[in-house]
Design a protein around this ligand. Structure first.
Ligand code: FAD
Length: 411
């Protein structure tokens, strides 16, 4: 078995893991990322990035030339009527839009920057399989693919391996699914180069609510929400039936659905849930991103929060590595700050979920009234800031960087 050593070993090279690895490597920390996938073709994911994460990516110098489509509005649409229009252009430039960007392009750029930074190593196609432990502290991981295994010894292991985190379960850390989302989401894309709207929309027709947005470079992405656990029954009735349901939900794309949705295999049903790990920091181990807290897609918060975790953890982890300290107390500030920020977003998403997706006689009657009044209340601006930047936005601590890096803040 191959054995390597590093200051920090990150399990998982998604948005959280790669942003953290880049921050650490630029700060002179020796960092190894073990990523299960050997390519950038990973699970089907959301692609809407909030201004807070865009600001961080800009400060890291990785936003320029990334591509994607700016999305100016987040709208709730009932039939032909726009009930609620959250206009991002009311935020000062350059934070006046969301970005629709396939995650693959984001990860590709982050990885390129990481590889160009001394001190960064990638174990590609390497799944975390076991934790190394000594005297009650995590001291590394064992990872591999097939028969080939690598042992990475590190002062800190960072679990950034997503909602079903293997590292979290290997550590025996409990996970609370504390809110049952009422819906599942079935995602698919249609080729629709002429139908850009520059808006993320939740369409409510007589059928199930659907999330629709432009997808870079030539598609429209659709998230069809349907009652929890009901997709199997719907799918069992066959593609013809599913197509009719989809057309009822998004009649404006009926022609494209008829042409392009030809098999159930073109649809990706996803179990949607939110939850939180019971512990985030243990001796030698810290959890970030979806591994620590998982969010429903409503309000597009997951990438924002994952990247914000990395930015908040960076200075404390750099200091802990320099002090050869693997005690949880070294990361206490990170945990307190991010738990509070994440809890605020959970509360917000729960309200968004009820307000935008749920159905019922009373909620259907009240929704248009609230949607009309909300933009004229002082709280609306606060909510927009929270959705866009998170509860405790922070700037990247570029003063800790040692390695030369692309200049950030060029927007
Ligand atoms: C359907 C859906 C739609 C979404 N839409 C949006 C959206 O529009 N905007 C938004 O902000 N968020 C959205 N999200 C959430 C967002 O995708 C996540 O919050 C975000 O990707 C979390 O980043 P992460 O790095 O923590 O985890 P992930 O992106 O899950 O990355 C984890 C990484 O760890 C790797 N990994 C897994 N297991 C192992 C292992 N054993 N060993 C090594 N590596 C491993 C995986 O291959 C992956 O690369 C959506 C989520 C879903 C499910």
């Amino acid at each position: 078995m191959r054995e390597i050593e590093a200051d920090v070993c990150v399990s998982g090279g998604g948005p959280a893991g790669l942003v953290l690895a880049l921050l650490l490597a630029r700060s002179g920390v020796d960092v190894v990322v073990a990523e299960r996938s050997a390519s950038l073709d990973r699970e089907y994911r959301g692609e809407i990035i909030q201004p807070g994460a865009l600001r961080t990516l800009d400060q890291l110098g990785v936003l320029d030339g990334l591509g994607g489509y700016p999305m100016r509005h987040f709208q709730l649409v009932q039939g032909e009527r726009t009930l609620l229009d959250i206009d991002y252009q009311t935020l000062p430039a350059p934070d006046d839009h969301l970005l629709s960007l396939p995650q693959r392009l984001l990860l590709e750029r982050l990885l390129g920057e990481c590889k160009a930074t001394p001190g960064f190593r990638l174990l590609s196609g390497c799944s975390t399989r076991a934790l190394l432990e000594e005297n009650g502290a995590v001291t590394g991981i064992r990872c591999g693919s097939g028969d080939g295994e690598t042992q990475v010894r590190a002062r800190w292991v960072v679990a950034a391996d997503g909602r079903y985190s293997k590292t979290r379960s290997l550590a025996g850390i409990g996970y609370d699914k504390f809110e049952k989302f009422e819906h599942d989401v079935v995602w698919f894309k249609l080729i629709a180069p002429e139908r850009r709207t520059s808006a993320v929309r939740i369409h409510r027709t007589a059928a199930d609510p659907v999330l629709v947005h432009d997808s870079y470079p030539d598609r429209v992405q659709i998230g069809w929400t349907l009652a929890k656990g009901s997709y199997k029954t719907v799918a069992a009735k066959g593609i013809e039936h599913v197509r009719e349901q989809l057309i009822a939900a998004v009649p404006q794309h009926a022609d494209l659905i008829r042409e392009q949705v030809t098999a159930l295999s073109e649809l990706s049903p996803l179990d949607v849930f939110s939850g939180r790990a019971q512990e985030w920091v243990r001796p030698g181990l810290v959890l970030i991103g979806d591994a620590a807290h998982t969010h429903s897609p409503i309000g597009a918060q997951g990438i924002n929060l994952a990247i914000a975790d990395a930015v908040a953890l960076h200075p404390e982890l750099v200091a802990a590595v320099a002090a050869k300290d693997n005690r949880p107390a070294a990361l206490a500030g990170f945990e307190a700050e991010r738990r509070a920020a994440v809890d605020t977003v959970f509360t917000l998403q729960s309200r968004q979920n009820k307000g935008m997706l749920s159905s019922g006689r009373i909620v259907d009657a009240v929704r248009p009234v609230i949607a009309k009044l909300l933009p004229h209340t002082p709280i609306f601006r606060k909510i927009l800031n929270l959705v866009a930047f998170g509860a405790r936005p922070r700037d990247v601590r570029a003063d800790l960087f040692r390695a030369p890096s692309n200049p950030g803040g060029t927007r």
